[in-house]
Every structure is written in C-alpha cells, then in structure tokens.
Design a protein around this ligand. Sequence first.
Ligand code: HEM
Ligand code: NAG
Ligand code: NAG
Length: 321
Amino acid sequence: MVAVAMYRAAAMVMLLALMSFSACQAQLSPTFYAETCPDALSTIRTSIRSAIARERRMAASLIRLHFHDCFVQGCDTSILLEDSPSITSERFVPQNNNSVRGFEVIDQAKSAVENVCPGVVSCADILAVAARDASEYVGGPLWTVNLGRRDSTTASPSLATRDLPRFTDGLQRLIDLFESKGLNERDMVALSGSHTIGQARCATFRGRIYGNDSDIDAGFAATRRRNCPATNGDGNLAPLDLVTPNSFDNNYFRNLLQRKGLLQSDQVLFSGGSSDSIVNEYSRNPSTFSSDFASAMVKMGDIEPLTGSAGIIRRICSRVN
Ligand code: HEM
Ligand SMILES: *[C@@H]1O[C@H](CO)[C@@H](O)[C@H](O)[C@H]1NC(C)=O
Ligand SMILES: *[C@@H]1O[C@H](CO)[C@@H](O)[C@H](O)[C@H]1NC(C)=O
C-alpha cells in the first residue's frame, strides 16, 4: 500500500514537473532575443520611428494592425499574409478591407532585422514591438513587450470576419467578443482608448451622423457631415478624436461624455450601460487609463501565441517561406 502511494506521489510530481516545463516553453519572455539577436529591439525601434516621423498617422495604423492580428487565431501575423495559391488573405474581410494599413512599415522593419540576425526574429514579435514603439512615439503609455511568438503558416478570413469587432456592434457584443479572447470589460474600454489617435472613413460613421441617433451631439454631427456626404465619399477621413487626433491622451473618453464619439461602437461605451463608470474614471484620471492601457496591451499581445516548434519564422512577412 505504502509503495503504491509513494509510486503515485512520485508519478504526480513528475507529471506536475512536465506540465510546468511545457507551460514554461509556451511562455513569452521580454528577454527572448537577448542571446540570439541582442540588437533586435533597437533595430525595430529605429525603423518604426522613422516611419512615424514620415507619417504620424502610422502610429495609429500599427497599433490597430497588431490588434487585428491578435484577435484572429492569436498574435501570429496571419494578417500580414498576402493572397497566394495556398493562402486566402485576411486583408479583404469587411473589417480590414481598404482600412488596415502599415504592411510596408512592418516589411521594412523586418528587412532591417534580417540584416542583423537572419531567420531569428518573428514578424509577430516585430509587430508587437512596433505597436509599443508607436504608442511611445505619440506620447502614449510604455510597456515591456513579451517576445518569443512565431509566425503562422495559415490565414483565416472566416475567423477574421467572425472575431474582429464592427462599428455597428452593441456593448454586450463587444464585451463578449473581448471576453472570448481573455480580455475583460475594463480591458476592452481601455484598449478602445486607442481611438484617441488615428482616422476613420466616412463609411464607418455615416450612419451615426445622418441617422436619428439621439446619442450624438448635434453640432458635432453637423461638423462631421461636412466632409462625409450622405452618399459617396466613403473613403473621406475624420479623426477618431476631434480634439487631439495626433497625440495619445484621454480625450477620447472626455469626448464620449459629451456624446462626441465618432463611431457607434465608441459611443456605446458611454450610453447608460455597465461601462459608463469606466469611461467616467478614465476621463477623470489619465494615469489610470495609461497604466490600464499598458497592461491590456500586454494581455492582448499574449493571445494564443505560437511558441516552441509551432509555426515558423517567416523570412518575408507577407508570405510563408
Ligand atoms: C472595441 C471594438 C472596436 C471597434 C468596433 C473598432 C473599429 C474601428 C474602426 C471602424 C476604425 C476606422 C477604420 C477605417 O475607417 O478604416 C478604427 C480605427 C482604429 N482602431 Fe479601432 N475598433 C475597436 C477597438 C480597437 C482596439 C482594441 C484598438 C487597439 C488596441 C483599436 C485601434 C484603432 C486605431 C489606432 C484606429 C485608427 C487607425 C488608423 O488611423 O489607421 N481599435 N477602429
Ligand atoms: C474590397 O474593396 C475593394 C475596393 O473598394 C472592392 O472592390 C472589393 O470588392 C472589396 N473586397 C471585398 C472582399 O469586399
Ligand atoms: C429621422 O427622423 C425623421 C423625422 O422623424 C425622419 O423623417 C427620417 O427619415 C429619419 N431618418 C433616419 C435616417 O432614420
């Protein structure tokens, strides 16, 4: 009896050890490239900073590109893959078509990194670092990026269509969608705060400014109608944050209190529901918003990474090797 119990205990210890070993294997780490490519982070940073210096909006576009990557089969840069005989790209699903951008910036950063350490650094890690560097450049929060993601060999337009939020989504739908990725309501509201920078196309806010949405400031709607006709002009741009579209601050939340959210999915965060209190808090307290945003970005970057021997290190981000 004693022997059996001891055998069981020993087996249990070994099982636990194995489990924690494989958990370690799957874990991302900020020092992943410390030995294999010590200059990776500085190389990416230089490349990203010069792209944003050329076009400031690129900061917004890169943060969004990382988000649209992570929500579709995890942060594996499936979004970067172009159409090919073996791949149907995610770039043309409704939430991405004529909308996500920054591909060439990631390609440039990748080729700069390939010059210093060929075949070592994944596109997925480059995109995660790019999003952090972009936030820093426009005065947003800073965080330490976990590393060790690998790149997918597949893309999934059907998962992209299913899992990326839409500007017509209601609050509960947004909460559920983020919950399904391990992000709670507070994370969702904090991350939506990245709409403090960047632009949206007329096609995404026309319904809100011409409809009988009582949840919109009348003067704001009139201003936005000037450059967004009732028909045509789908691609005309307006800033998501009317006050300070080029700097990362908490004005997005202050706008919502005044019913000046540009997208319907922005205003639903402050429309009498459960997230009102969070919006209120972030509008009053920029430092809480800043630290919550940083932690939520880390959480988002940790969604279902490919690690260990799963996936590949792509040589060119837009195609499978
Ligand atoms: C909560 C659900 C969300 C919805 C429904 C949504 C929807 C949108 C839409 C419709 C646009 C305008 C796209 C266009 O007209 O081309 C946009 C832009 C943007 N989104 Fe979101 N978004 C959401 C959450 C997020 C999150 C979580 C992030 C980042 C963490 C993010 C970052 C951005 C940025 C930075 C832009 C501006 C991009 C640019 O100027 O290129 N969004 N979003
Ligand atoms: C994407 O946008 C282009 C240009 O507006 C359009 O021609 C095409 O049909 C769209 N693709 C899909 C899959 O909707
Ligand atoms: C808005 O309301 C007016 C008056 O009630 C109505 O005539 C119009 O069709 C409505 N417009 C939309 C887009 O619902």
